[in-house]
Ligand binder design. Structure first.
Ligand SMILES: C[S@@+](CC[C@H](N)C(=O)[O-])C[C@H]1O[C@@H](n2cnc3c(N)ncnc32)[C@H](O)[C@@H]1O
Length: 270
């Protein structure tokens, strides 16, 4: 299914671009160093970072490779990515306007296509994977980090129907906070999409990341009534959604919950 979300994405992220430059989750998240390790970059590689946001992932790869193109559909984000490259003197990092489902690059251009914390915004995950495959050289590498919905491993007592319900409830929770959220599937869907496009999975990891509710809603400039509904969902929402998000308050009363990040590395066939 394809949704046209590009105007909503540009408006949401254009306004929030500077916040993403400093966001702890994006600038320092655990997944950043780990995906670089798992992708094992080589000094000869040409890399494309899709939906780079403020450029954190592109900048993490740049010191290890020949070149990195940090691409996004939001102009303000490309400005932030350019500032990050300049501040770290990353002369091999450039920026480019690009939509994930229609990448403006020739076939077999890159050794690595990476994408972190963004694919859940894309109108079609299938088109994105197909475009990544097209612009990758033979035996090129794809590295993904994204939030995922729960699967049976996380909710072992859930029936198939429960899992369907919690998939819908989790995506609705995300979309309420950020109208540009598209769809975050469970991990198996990603594996399936990649295998369908002739990729072989070479690494797969997943971990829970702690989310500070107040900064999570303020980054997306949520209205007070939206914040109230999100907070009520965490306290009184569907039980399996709460089991997945594990809301809790710290000693100062601040609300936290957990999101799941999937890390996948997959190689294109020869
Ligand atoms: C959360 S930010 C990205 C975070 C960044 N990759 C990082 O690791 O810090 C999400 C980005 O996805 C971009 N985006 C959303 N939909 C897109 C699409 N269809 N094509 C390209 N970029 C898109 C937004 O403009 C935004 O900059």
């Amino acid at each position: 299914m394809t949704r046209d979300t590009s105007a909503i994405v540009r408006s949401q992220f254009g306004a929030a671009a500077a916040d993403y430059a400093t966001s702890e989750v994006h600038a320092k998240g655990e997944s950043l160093a780990r995906i670089v390790e798992l992708a094992a970059p080589q000094t000869t590689w040409h890399v494309l970072d899709v939906a780079t946001g403020a450029g954190h992932m592109a900048a993490a790869f740049a010191p290890h490779v020949a070149s990195v193109v940090a691409s996004d559909i939001t102009a303000e984000m490309l400005t932030e990515a350019g500032k990050l490259a300049a501040s770290r003197n990353l002369l091999n990092m450039t920026t480019a306007a690009a939509e994930a489902g229609s990448l403006p690059f020739a076939d077999e251009t890159f050794d690595l296509v990476c994408c972190r914390l963004a694919a859940h915004h894309f109108p079609s995950l299938e088109r994105f994977v197909s475009e990544a495959e097209r612009v990758l050289k033979k035996r090129g590498r794809f590295a993904l980090v994204d939030n995922v919905a729960p699967d049976r491993e996380l909710l072992p007592d859930a029936s198939n129907e429960d899992l369907e319900d919690v998939l819908v409830a989790y995506n609705a929770f995300e979309k309420l906070r950020d109208p540009s959220h598209g769809f975050a599937p469970p991990p198996e869907t990603w594996v399936h999409l990649l295998e369908q496009q002739n990729f072989s999975i070479v690494a797969r990891e997943q971990f829970g990341k702690e989310i500070d509710f107040a900064s999570w809603v303020s980054r997306m400039r949520c209205a007070p009534e939206v914040i109230a509904v999100l907070e009520t969902t965490l306290s009184d929402g569907p039980p399996q959604l709460r089991e997945f998000l594990a809301p809790r308050r710290d000693n100062d009363g601040a609300l936290h919950f957990t999101l799941q990040e999937l890390l996948l590395v997959a190689d294109k066939a020869a």
